[in-house]
Design a protein around this ligand. Structure first.
Ligand code: SAH
Ligand code: MG
Length: 208
């Protein structure tokens, strides 16, 4: 089995919210990304599923992927909501905590020197993060304020020729929430980003 196939197989059995075809598209976009800083960042790590697809590409390219999350889940992951998983509750404080699962995923993948965890709120980390990004993947909270903050705080850090990927972009409101679709439209309307590819709800743009 090739290293790529090993990591894809692990990704498929890792819990999370990344369909196989969209994860494989992320991998291909990673391989094709600009090589200005070899620094990539994803917002929304959960248990490390998307980090395996991007990490597989980053390892091949010699890039580093920062995988950012506060690890307490989004609104829809909390008890009583649609995507709640009781296994991920920390018995010490009763809060959702995906960090241990994320660490186990990255360790099992032997990607600890390629995929680096950043634990914190996206907006706070962004204010103290100066490194330009060859690739940015936005897959964090879907609420209005958080999704817009992810776009406004992080997208200016993408280098010219760099990649901006956005997950959960649904053209039809019946399929899912609006904010990811709205920030995708805003990126196009800004004139700074152009469409590169689309797979399922994944939209990939390039900075002009
Ligand atoms: N990419 C993952 C899914 C991410 S789910 C996969 O492939 O499975 C969205 C994640 O965003 C959740 O883990 C949640 O904790 C995180 N999140 C939501 N709002 C955030 C914020 N403001 N800062 C950091 N992480 C946030
Ligand atoms: Mg998603």
């Amino acid at each position: 089995m090739t290293r790529r196939d090993e990591l894809f197989a692990l990704a498929r059995r890792t819990r999370g919210f990344m369909p196989d075809d969209e994860g494989e598209a992320l991998f291909r976009e990673g391989l094709a990304a600009a090589r200005t800083t070899d620094t990539w960042l994803e917002i929304g790590a959960w248990c490390g599923k998307s980090a395996l697809y991007l990490g597989a590409a980053a390892e091949t390219r010699g890039a580093v992927l920062y995988s950012l999350d506060h690890h307490h889940g989004s609104e829809e992951n909390q008890a009583g909501w649609e995507y709640f998983d009781p296994d991920l509750v920390d018995p010490a404080d009763g809060r959702l905590n995906t960090l241990p699962a994320w660490q186990r995923t990255i360790a099992e993948a032997r990607l600890e020197e390629t995929v680096i965890g950043l634990v914190g709120h996206s907006e706070v980390v962004a204010a103290h993060f100066a490194q330009p990004l060859d690739l940015l993947f936005i897959d964090g909270g879907h609420g209005d304020a958080v999704a817009w903050a992810d776009y406004t705080c992080w997208s200016p850090k993408v280098v010219v020729g760099g990649t901006l990927a956005i997950h959960d972009v649904f053209t039809d409101p019946a399929d899912g929430g609006r904010p990811p679709y709205e920030i995708y439209q805003a990126a196009l309307a800004s004139g700074e980003f152009v469409d590169a590819s689309a797979t399922g709800s994944l939209r990939v743009l390039t900075r002009r």
